[in-house]
Design a protein around this ligand. Structure first.
Ligand SMILES: *Cc1c(COP(=O)(O)O)cnc(C)c1O
Length: 234
């Protein structure tokens, strides 16, 4: 059996983040490391938080996060982000668990989240998920439709605070294509931020295989699973 040294892995990633930040003229602390914990156990998550200083965790499924919360040690704190597709009928549960919903991709989901936030008398941070690669298997709103969704959320959903955009890069080793997708997200953000006057500081892009490119293209949140916890077993 291979032992995974979570602490060592996180240290290596933080070094890469520092390098990438320097290359893009930024400080490492401007880039959040979100540990993606799908298919990993609560014990591994707690190790990452306690021993490796992880502050943000990302889950793909509401159901899995809910199960984990049931055996979560009360004294261990982290900020929970939902990074996977959210079905409308799970919106309420999601709002009970997550600080940030990174996968907002439709007006109907925004409407539902807004209605429940009003009921709960709270607000929630959201990112709009954009399909920057055009791959049909990917979730997210098409780049040409981002403006309409952003306008809708700004005008109709005062309980949802849009902090920026999220994307999953194309599944390829072709550095140029991957960087193009990340640059597209950054340019969209720059354009829409200036046209709406909303600041949109966050760009959630970059995973284990491509986070260094993402940082050089302006990422402020890298979502990393495999490089921290090793391969997932299903
Ligand atoms: C699984 C997942 C990640 C992490 O992927 P790794 O390659 O394991 O780092 C990041 N973002 C999303 C949306 C994911 O589903």
């Amino acid at each position: 059996m291979v032992t995974i040294d979570i602490r060592k892995n996180v240290e290596l990633i933080r070094n890469s983040i520092e390098e990438g930040a320097a290359k893009s003229g930024r400080q490492a602390h401007e880039i959040k490391l979100i540990a993606i914990t799908k298919n990993h156990a609560v014990e591994e998550m707690v190790t990452a938080i306690r021993d490796a200083g992880i502050m943000y965790i990302g889950e793909n499924r509401v159901q899995e996060a809910q199960t984990k919360i049931c055996s979560w040690p009360e004294e261990v704190q982290a900020q929970w982000h939902l990074v996977g597709h959210l079905q409308r009928n799970k919106a309420r549960k999601a709002l009970e668990i997550f600080h940030t919903i990174q996968s907002l991709e439709s007006e109907s989901l925004a409407e539902r989240l807004e209605r429940i936030c009003v009921e709960m008398n709270r607000t929630v941070q959201v990112l709009l998920e954009v399909n920057t690669s055009g791959e049909t298997s990917k979730h997210g709103v098409a780049p040409k439709d981002v403006q309409a969704l952003l306008d809708f959320v700004i005008e109709k959903c005062p309980s949802l605070h849009v902090a920026g955009f999220m994307t999953v890069g194309p599944l390829t080793d072709d550095e140029n294509r991957v960087r193009e997708a990340f640059a597209l997200l950054r340019n969209l953000r720059d354009d829409l931020s200036s046209s709406t006057g909303v600041s949109l500081p966050e760009l959630s892009m970059g995973m284990s295989g491509d986070f260094q490119w993402a940082i050089e293209e302006g990422s402020t949140m890298v979502r990393i699973g495999t490089a921290i916890f090793g391969p997932r077993s299903y």
